[in-house]
Design a protein around this ligand. Structure first.
Ligand SMILES: [Zn+2]
Ligand SMILES: [Zn+2]
Length: 309
């Protein structure tokens, strides 16, 4: 089971030769989730060998051009590729109005667009047996949302030798897989941990872009495996960050530290910095396990069992 993030675009508003505006792709289980769709997203998908027709969910953080200008091109391509299955779009209310211009000017698409509106209630915008996605309101110049992807608890694997040893029947197995202890015919209680392999760790990824520094976000992304936090500006441009409701690299790292995340990724770099390593270094002074992302980077979280048997 894959849980893998590909960076398709790592720049802020202005693209550069090496960095396209923001877009991420999360491959979780069998599904591909496109997160934001800056200009050039479909070109990056092709470059990185990802067939765009495999995407069924597109999550948009907010209606600033560097996060949505790639949508029209991508929708057009999907139409030309003969897509028939619906495409789900998640984002602020204005997203539906924005996309209505597509059909107005370029004709109807041969597939349906289904909208899920992200709201201030921090709702789950997606949920199935394996994964949930929660929308997290951000503080930016227009309604904006981050997204938290978290795997669901999986059923436990029962140790084969214990099935025989304790004579577990089908009904017992269902209960034990859910985490219950087993009570034998003689009334002895066999603890669940003795019957099952350790559970799998629930992998998680949080995407927070664009936002001013907001320490209250820490509780919402507490302990995630991977946090992406925008880091548009350097510390010396802190005033500019505040004026535009963006974050500095050190602020992104402070949030990571407060939340106790395992790893921090920073990006959405302003093109004014010719060497974004400067931003990575500023962040590392606050939170060491930080990486400044580049287009084409892949971050994979392995499926591991929790230790502590
Ligand atoms: Zn942006
Ligand atoms: Zn923005």
């Amino acid at each position: 089971m894959s849980f893998e993030l590909t960076i398709l675009g790592s720049s802020a508003a202005l693209p550069t030769a090496k960095r396209f505006p923001t877009a991420h792709l999360l491959h979780a289980g069998e599904r591909f989730f496109l997160i934001d769709c800056g200009e050039g997203t479909q070109i990056r998908l092709r470059q990185y060998g990802i067939n765009p027709s495999r995407i069924h969910h597109i999550l948009i953080s907010h209606l600033h051009g560097d996060h949505v200008f790639g949508l029209f091109g991508l929708l057009s391509t999907l139409g030309m590729m003969g897509r028939k299955v619906p495409l789900k779009l998640y984002g602020p209310k204005a997203l539906e109005g924005f996309l209505s211009y597509y059909s107005k000017f370029f004709g109807p698409l041969p597939f349906e667009l289904e909208f899920v509106i992200s709201s201030e209630n921090e709702d789950f915008v997606f949920e199935n047996d394996n994964l949930s996605i929660r929308a997290i309101p951000l503080k930016h110049r227009t309604p904006a949302y981050g997204y938290l992807f978290r795997e669901k608890k999986k059923l436990l694997n029962v140790r084969k030798e214990q099935i025989e040893a304790f004579g577990l029947g089908l009904e017992d197995l269902v209960k034990v897989k859910r985490g219950e202890d087993f009570v034998s015919k003689s009334g002895a209680i066999i603890p669940n941990s003795q019957l099952t392999l350790p559970p799998f760790h629930q992998r998680s990824y949080a995407y927070l872009s664009d936002t001013q520094f907001d320490p209250s976000l820490a509780a919402k992304v507490k302990g995630v495996d991977l946090l992406f936090h925008e880091a548009t500006f350097s510390e010396k441009d802190k005033k500019l960050a505040a004026q535009t409701q963006h974050s500095t690299a050190a602020e992104a790292a402070t949030l990571a530290k407060l939340a106790g995340v395992k790893k921090l990724l920073i990006g959405h770099f302003s093109s004014r910095y010719k060497e974004p390593l400067l931003l990575e270094n500023e962040a590392k002074e606050v939170f060491d396990n930080t990486t400044g992302v580049n287009d084409g980077d892949i971050y994979s979280i392995p499926l591991e069992r929790l230790s502590g048997e």
